[in-house]
Design a protein around this ligand. Sequence first.
Ligand code: GCU
Length: 322
Amino acid sequence: MKARYATLVAGLLLALGLNAQAVEKMRLGHNQPEDHPVHKAMVRFAELTKQYTKGEVDISVFPNGVLGSEREMLEQVQNGILQITKASASPLETFSASYKVFNLPFVFRDKDHFYKTLASPVGEEVLASSRNRGFIGLTYYDSGSRSFYAKRPINTPDDLHGLKIRVQQSPTTIAMIKALGATPTPMAYGEVYTGLQTGVIDGAENNVTALTIGRHGEVTKFYSETEHQMVPDVLVISAMSWAKLSQPLQAAIKKAALESFELQKQLWAEAEKVERVKAEALGVKFSRPAKAPFVAKVKPMMDAERQNAVIASLLDRIAAVK
Ligand code: GCU
C-alpha cells in the first residue's frame, strides 16, 4: 500500500512537472569590472542560459579577477575547478595553437571583416580547436583593436625604440613587439595600472576601455592609434562540464552565448564612443599614426609565420572571407 502511494505521488508530481530537476551550478570568472561591456554581455549570457535551460543550468558570474588572472582561470577551467571563463585570444594561443591567427598584426581589413571571420567556419573551428586541451570556446566577444599608449606619443616605430611595453602572455605578441623595436614585458592585465604608475613599464597596448574602465589613462596620457591587432575575447567552458550536459542543454548554452555576442557588439560600439570621450576628459591625447611603417616592420615576422602551413592556410582563409 505504502509503495503504491509513493508511486502515485511520484506519478502526480511528474504529471505536474514538479519532479525535482537537478540544477547544474556553474561559476564564470573573468578579469573585467562590472561596468565593462564584456561583463554585461556575460551577465546576459547567464540569464539567457537560465531561461533556455528552464533553470537547469545556473551560472554565477565572478568579475574583477577575484578568481585569478586570465591564465590562472584558464588553468582552473582545464582542470574542471572552474566551469567557465573569458580570456583574450592572446593568452589562449599557449593553450591551443590556432588562436595565434588572432594575435598576428594587421590580419583584418576592418570591423566587418573581423565579425564575418568570427562567424565563419574558421571562427567555429578555432573555438572547437581546444577540446582536447580541456575546454571549448562558446563565443567570441569584440575587444576592439589594440593600439599603443605611453608617456609620449608613438607616431612611428622609431618612437617605440627602447620602451618597455607591457604585453599579454602570448609568444606572438612578444615577437610582434620585438619586431617593432620595443622591449616586451609580459604581465597580467590586473598588474598593468601599477606597472605604468611605478614605471616598471613605459607603456602598453590595448583598446580604449583600458584607459577608462581599466583606469590606465590616469597615468598614461598618449594613445596612438596604430590598431595593430584585433584580438577577440573568448568565452570558454570546461570540456569536463560540457561533457556532463545533455545535447539539448549544450544547444541552449551555445544559443545563449551567441545571442550574448549580438548584445555585446552593440554595447561595444557604444563603449568605444563613450570611453573615448571619457579618456579625453582624463587628459589623454589621441593621435593617428600612418600604419604603413608599422606594417613594414612586422613583414619579416609575418613571412616567417607563413612558413607554418596551418597558420598560412588559416590566414589565407581569413583573407578570403568576404
Ligand atoms: C583586452 C581584453 C581582455 C584582456 C586585456 C589584456 O582588454 O578584452 O580580455 O585581459 O585586453 O590586455 O590583458
